[in-house]
Design a binder for this molecule. Structure first.
Ligand SMILES: [Fe+2]
Ligand SMILES: [Fe+2]
Length: 179
């Protein structure tokens, strides 16, 4: 149970690793779905490949922490597999700008999520976890930048699409912290 130190709630490290592993897994699935629709020869394919490779590194790191620290993975994994892939494929079907709008929205939420964790870890003795989160957050911000430079915001209906995806991410993050 949460223990109080100087009025500040002690972060639940297992929950942090659980949600991060789930999120990176979902992110990898999104790019997989996008590439399945776009193929390897579309103008954005090499940028997406690069992002997908980084997501795989992020996922590998949290997969390893899950094993090392005996953290129970989210039971929602099979659901995130389908949902992430469908989100990636669905936005890619709408067009390359929509695929990039998806990336910009997802990375906006992941950035906020990682920032929050970095604040929570400030007073903890978790150098490895903190440095991984900081490193990955930088790469998520690069993904967001790539997406915006690739025309994410020019996709028709961008505000609605972006808001819907961000809401979905928030719900996914909230659920994967706990279950
Ligand atoms: Fe990532
Ligand atoms: Fe990312």
């Amino acid at each position: 149970m949460a223990e109080e130190t100087l009025g500040k709630e002690k972060p639940d490290i297992a929950s942090m690793i659980r949600v991060n592993q789930a999120g990176e897994y979902g992110a990898a699935q999104i790019y997989k779905g996008q590439l399945a629709v776009m193929g390897d020869d579309a103008p954005d394919s090499s940028a997406i490949h690069h992002m997908a490779e980084q997501e795989q590194r992020h996922l590998d790191a949290f997969d390893r922490m899950i094993v090392e620290r005996n953290v129970r993975p989210t039971i929602l994994q099979p659901f995130w597999k389908v949902a992430g892939y469908a989100l990636g494929a669905g936005t890619a079907i709408m067009g390359p700008r929509a695929a990039m709008a998806c990336t910009a929205a997802v990375e906006t939420e992941i950035d906020l999520h990682y920032q929050e964790q970095m604040e929570q870890l400030e007073s903890e003795d978790e150098p490895e976890l903190l440095s991984k989160i900081a490193e990955f957050r930088e790469e998520e911000l690069e993904h967001k930048q790539t997406a915006i430079e690739s025309g994410a915001e020019e996709t028709p209906g961008y505000p609605v699409l972006s808001a819907a995806i961000r809401l979905g991410c928030k719900v996914a993050i909230g659920l994967s912290k706990r279950i």
